[in-house]
Every structure is written in C-alpha cells, then in structure tokens.
Design a protein around this ligand. Structure first.
Ligand code: FMN
Length: 200
C-alpha cells in the first residue's frame, strides 16, 4: 500500500488549496493509498536558527535539529511516506510564510560542514519518491506558475526531501469571491495526478 503525505501551507479553512488537497487525498485513498495530512497553520514549528548544527555530519538520513518542536515528528512522517502532495497558495509572489518556515527547517536534509562551500543534499543519491505540487493565485494560473517563485520553491522542497515532481496543479483567478469553489476542470487533473502518484 502506497503511503501519501500531504503538507498544506494555506492559512484558510476550505479555500482553494484545502479543497484541492482534500480532493487529491480522497482520490489517492480511493486508489488504495494510506494517507496523512499536515496543516502547517496548526503545526508547531519554530524558525530555523541558522546554527547549522544539524548539517555538520555526513549521512543519508535527516539529522536532528537542536530545537525540540513538531519538526522531528514531521520529518518522521516525510520518511514514512512514499509520495507527497506539497501545497501552498501564492502570497506576494512566493509560498506562504508558514510554508517557507517549514522549508527552512528541511536543512536537516543537507550535509554542509563549515569547510564546505555549498550543501550536499543527503537524499541526492537515493531512489526518488514522487510528488505533486499544488498552488493558487489571483493571476491566471499559467502566468502565476511562471511569474512567481512559488513553483520553484515547491520544486526545491521536493528535491531536498528526495522526490521528483510528477505534476503540478496551479489554479488561477482565485480572488473574486470570499468562498471560492474549485473549477470543474481541475477534477480530471486531480484524478490523473493521483493515479500517477500511487502508481509504481
Ligand atoms: C497576503 C496575500 C498576498 C497575495 N499575493 C498574491 C500575489 O502575489 N499574486 C497573486 O496572483 N495572488 C496573490 N494573492 C491571492 C492568493 O494567491 C489567493 O487568494 C490564493 O489562491 C488563496 O488560496 P486559498 O484559497 O487556499 O486561501 C495574495 C493573497 C494574499 C492574502
């Protein structure tokens, strides 16, 4: 049974990001996957301290952070999963602040001793897991996907945890109603990508 972890960086209950993630989770579940959802807005994660204690020793597995908050449990969930759904709305041209805070704590996935000029990703040589990316914005979806930093930030997150992106859902024109509804055309893409995510 495939294990799929969704990490959602939206601030809003039942906004477009929640609707897309929940539909994707229900679909992968219907395909037989075991699923787990982490809502970053409710999750206890502190800011990275930039101390780089966690980056000093080599190894293929994520290192321990000096901070004892929810991140350790979240890293365990990331290791447990075979595939990911990573989601964040676009705010001021980037992922949300809660998603960025989570991303920075993923430095435990980097080996970067003080002598090294640049980090080496611990999962660089590992067999790749799969990930689907979800975002939304007020601009037209295609424009937002290329114009903003969100897509490349989500892709960077995928890379550091040792996965490859198998598809993206970037829904645009989300700003005209207080309670937006997922456009009908997104449903077939959700089914297609859910199938890709759980296939071997
Ligand atoms: C603080 C803030 C900043 C935003 N910045 C942008 C932006 O730079 N570009 C854009 O197209 N939409 C922007 N938006 C619109 C959001 O991307 C849009 O409302 C989002 O899809 C909402 O996601 P949700 O329904 O999951 O809450 C912004 C919204 C807020 C509240």
């Amino acid at each position: 049974m495939k294990k799929i972890l969704a990490i959602n960086g939206s601030y809003r209950d039942d906004g477009i990001t929640d609707q897309t993630v929940n539909k994707m989770l229900n679909t992968v579940k219907a395909f037989g996957a075991d699923v787990e959802l982490v809502l970053l807005r409710d999750y206890p994660i502190e800011f990275c301290l930039n101390c780089r204690e966690c980056t000093q020793l080599p190894g293929d597995m994520p290192a321990e952070c000096v901070q004892h908050d929810g991140m350790k449990k979240l890293v365990d969930k990331i290791e447990w999963a075979d595939g990911y759904i990573l989601a964040s709305p676009t705010n001021f041209g980037s992922v949300t602040a809660v998603f960025k805070r989570f991303m920075e704590r993923l430095v435990v996935y980097a080996y970067w001793s003080w002598e090294m000029n640049a980090p080496k990703y611990r999962k660089a040589e590992a067999e790749k897991k799969k990930a689907v990316l979800i975002s939304s914005c007020a601009a037209p979806g295609l424009l937002g996907r290329w114009l903003y930093g969100t897509h490349s930030q989500l892709k960077m997150t995928v890379k550091i945890i040792g996965a490859d992106t198998v598809g993206t859902i970037f829904t645009g024109m989300i700003s005209k109603q207080p309670d937006p509804e997922l456009p009908e055309k997104v449903n077939s893409k959700i089914t297609k990508l859910a199938e890709k995510l759980v296939s071997t």
